[in-house]
Design a protein around this ligand. Sequence first.
Ligand SMILES: Cc1cc2nc3c(=O)[nH]c(=O)nc-3n(C[C@H](O)[C@H](O)[C@H](O)COP(=O)(O)OP(=O)(O)OC[C@H]3O[C@@H](n4cnc5c(N)ncnc54)[C@H](O)[C@@H]3O)c2cc1C
Length: 417
Amino acid sequence: MSELTREEVVAEVRTWVEENWDTEITVAEWWQRMADARYSHPLLPENAGGRGYPRPLARAVAQTMGEMNVIGPPIGLGTMLAAPTLAAHATQDQIDRLVPPMLNGQSAWCQLFSEPGAGSDLAGLQTKADRDGDEWIINGQKVWTSSGHQADMGMLIARTDTDQPKHQGISYFAFEMIQDGVDVRPLVEMTGAALFNEVFITDARVHDDNRIAETGMGWRVANTTLGEERASLGAGGTGAIGVQPGQIAGNLDRKCGEVIGPAVKARLGHSGSHKSVTDALIGISQKLGNVADPVLRQKLMKLYSLEKINGYNTQRAKAGGTRTGGEGNIAKLINAELNRQYREVGNAVIGADGMVMGSATAGEGMIQNMTLFSPAPSIYGGTDQVQRNIIGERVLGLPKEPGPAKETPFAELPKNQ
Ligand SMILES: Cc1cc2nc3c(=O)[nH]c(=O)nc-3n(C[C@H](O)[C@H](O)[C@H](O)COP(=O)(O)OP(=O)(O)OC[C@H]3O[C@@H](n4cnc5c(N)ncnc54)[C@H](O)[C@@H]3O)c2cc1C
């Protein structure tokens, strides 16, 4: 499979879409056809419902769907993080039970990692999992849980042994969100949206069949999730039209035709065409007639170059040509910088319109929304400072940060409150 060229993959996807896309079928049926054709997540190995494509070819599948203006694969943290993590660490039985509902959009996932006292220092987490027969009883609080309010399942990391050093007493579970003892409360951001939530877990249960990897080996599994997260966030979007999967979001029974029109229009906030953010900004600048301004042109050109360089760096990392091991961290850092630059250059393009919200403003509100969201990429998936720490320690071989000995049992460590 991996010997295919990009052109061959694009041609195959085009033919498949032409034969299968139908505005009269439901979103659930479209995603089922996609999963049957193994196009929902072609990067996954064949035993997990994928095609075992290398990353650039897998991206080409979603990109082609984006160019053809059809609904892309189910979005969200299920396909992005949970599916590749399970493919790497779960048993075949777990893969067969848990991955297909992600690929056909029936199940949406969230990431139950961060806690009020454990973000950058994630291994300091205090949510507990206590064994009770064939089950585990979970107690604790998670926070910043993106799309937790729409999730059927969660990737949960919890402490199963406080006598072990902090990285060793953690286990990883596939956790059912819809059960007594799980209280999901939305957190409203300055964009006005409530993308993320805090999740209070009180005596909730997870069957041991849903423990991923050995008890106490959850940190290793979580690192696969975090690595996927960095690489995906660093790579940016594919241009595919994203529709939220799962039982709660309410899209599964809608007809594709009903969903696709507004989704195409919403893509990049205007014009409905498949463009990078820089292309979109150039388009707005052309419309406003200020694209000939030499200072603005220079800013746009610098932005275009940064976007391209990040794209090439990511492609290199994804093609498996990683030489330093830090490519994912670098891509994540550049992506955060890009988002800051989109804000700066975008506001230079629209000028005073940047002070007001609304679809009647230049760019139809896209730049204002980007401005309010722009601090987020330097925080989620590990902050800029944490990415630099990782590059410093793991790539450049600098000394580790001072702290208690790695062997100290978690129970004896000072806790973040
Ligand atoms: C939009 C968004 C979505 C998110 N979605 C999810 C999600 O779905 N699931 C989930 O589990 N989490 C999610 N997060 C949480 C995210 O991973 C954490 O916010 C992040 O890891 C930082 O943790 P913290 O907020 O606790 O900050 P802290 O760790 O308290 O950090 C505060 C500041 O101190 C700095 N700092 C901390 N430690 C060091 C150090 N050792 N060296 C140098 N500087 C340091 C940080 O860089 C930061 O500037 C999301 C966050 C955002 C913004």
